[in-house]
Design a binder for this molecule. Structure first.
Ligand SMILES: Cc1cc2nc3c(=O)[nH]c(=O)nc-3n(C[C@H](O)[C@H](O)[C@H](O)COP(=O)(O)O)c2cc1C
Ligand code: SF4
Ligand code: SF4
Length: 430
């Protein structure tokens, strides 16, 4: 068996695949099932001190763009979208601690870390529950600054909105909570953020300085879809959503925060295949959480994720995850790097391959391509965007480096050179 172990703050996980907070781990039996499935760690269903919002809006779960295959009941498309309206656990955190206490010996025995997730309104509540969860046997805490509830109208008092996402939107209060909790608990604390915040790299740095051991990026935020045949919003209007399509946003912040902070980043939201786990790890993540991809495929999917990662590592000759963790994050270019180090391009056609189909001219937005029998590219107009070479069905277009930046700028402004007169040094104006 391949060594898939990773460091997550001060914890060592046997593998980086983590059950994300949610229905996967809301009961004693489900936590044990997650352990058996092979997860490296299990984040429990979030319990919060506004637990009495148990009047969940319906419908609970909605799969969108989900193409079934009647010949294969186990086929799951990888381009589905998901909306849901599940609140926090119906068990208050003081009760949920009992669930953790009962499940934690089994998890420890099988080397699976239980990460207790909770959210609260007041500092006393945060402290009380953090201590309770530590005593119950959690290996770490996931501080929920992310859940997009309570929804409109259901809150019983104005204080009920001071949970979950409230703290992503008021990061200074979140930072104060982490600082305080550090005085009361010894186990590592990871902060789960909502993608509805901003300046994540700055907020993450502040959380790190306050003593957090890492962040989880991200939970769901509300999305909207429309059935254009009926004109109705799908699933009655905006609801928290996820799906493989949002992976790129999560990856972006995992990479940027990993580059800025020394603490652990757990990737979440949009990872659905084993390849996605590798992408998150290469972007700097220490571990990768999965929720809906496992919910719709069943717990057997965890083994598939682990097998896929192991085979990839064999094929690439990696002996451990640390050999490739963060490799992509460390090779990111700034805009300044791109100007200084990456040459401008121009396109050229291989006439022996060109069929004259005109596909390239449809996508050239710099008026550089004319197609008679074959495509002709006007080099002095070509901005080097490379779109033509990417769509050409017979790969007849290749890209080449330009000698100088001025030529590139002249090509990009060839339609209206008089509008950028100051750019050109004397004598070089068209
Ligand atoms: C039905 C459902 C319930 C969820 N409940 C919680 C929760 O209690 N606590 C939490 O932090 N995140 C919760 N989430 C968010 C997931 O943990 C996860 O962040 C999100 O689904 C994105 O990951 P995915 O793309 O792997 O599904 C829930 C998600 C779903 C779909
Ligand atoms: S897309 Fe390719 S094959 Fe078609 S005209 Fe352009 S260069 Fe020729
Ligand atoms: S690289 Fe871009 S600008 Fe140049 S010819 Fe192709 S599509 Fe046009």
């Amino acid at each position: 068996m391949k060594d898939l172990s990773v460091k997550l703050g001060s914890l060592t996980l046997k593998n980086p695949i983590v059950a994300a907070g949610g229905p996967l781990a809301g009961t004693v039996q489900h936590i044990k099932d997650c352990v058996d499935a092979g997860f490296g760690a299990v984040v429990t269903k979030t319990a919060s001190t506004v637990w009495y919002l148990q009047r969940y809006p319906r419908p609970l779960y909605k799969l969108i763009d989900y193409k079934k295959d009647s010949t294969n009941p186990y086929f799951v498309p990888n381009d589905y979208n998901w909306m849901h309206r599940e609140h926090n656990s119906v068990y208050p955190p003081q009760q949920f601690a009992k669930i953790i206490k009962e499940a934690s010996p089994y998890a420890k025995e099988h080397n699976c870390a239980i990460i207790g997730s909770f959210s609260a309104r007041f500092m006393e509540e945060w402290i009380e529950i953090a201590k309770l969860y530590e005593e119950a046997g959690c290996a770490a805490l996931e501080i929920n600054f992310c859940c997009p509830f309570p929804p409109d109208g259901l809150a019983k008092s104005p204080d009920d909105v001071r949970v979950g996402i409230y703290y992503t939107k008021h990061p200074e209060e979140g930072v104060a909570i982490i600082k305080k909790l550090k005085e009361f608990v010894k186990i590592p604390m990871f902060v789960k953020m909502s993608p509805d915040g901003s300046n994540f790299e700055q907020v993450a740095k502040q959380l790190e300085e306050a003593g957090a051991d890492g962040v989880t990026m991200f939970a769901n935020n509300k999305v909207m879809r429309v059935d254009i045949e009926t004109g109705k919003p799908i699933d009655y209007g905006p609801a928290p959503g996820t799906g493989p399509g949002v992976k790129a946003l999560s990856l972006r912040w995992v990479a940027e925060v990993s580059a800025k902070c020394d603490f652990a980043v757990m990737g979440n939201r949009g990872a659905s295949t084993w390849q996605d786990a590798i992408e998150f790890l290469m972007s700097g993540a220490s571990a990768v959480q999965y929720c809906t991809p496992v919910m719709i495929r069943g717990l057997v999917y965890v083994k598939e994720l682990l097998d896929g990662m192991g085979k990839f590592m064999d094929r690439r000759g990696y002996n451990s995850i640390s050999e490739f963790q963060g490799v992509a994050m460390r090779q990111m270019y700034s805009n300044q790097d791109l100007v200084d180090k990456v040459k401008a391009l121009y396109a050229e056609v291989d006439y022996s391959k060109c069929s004259g189909c005109k596909r390239c001219s449809q996508v050239c937005w710099y008026d550089a391509i004319k197609v008679a029998k074959k495509a002709i590219i006007k080099k002095q107009n070509c901005a080097g965007c490379s779109l033509c070479s990417q769509v050409c069905p017979v790969n007849a277009i290749s890209m080449h480096e330009r000698d100088n930046d001025l030529e590139h700028f002249q090509a990009m402004s060839s339609a209206h050179p008089e509008l950028v007169p100051d750019f050109y040094p004397e004598g070089e104006k068209k």
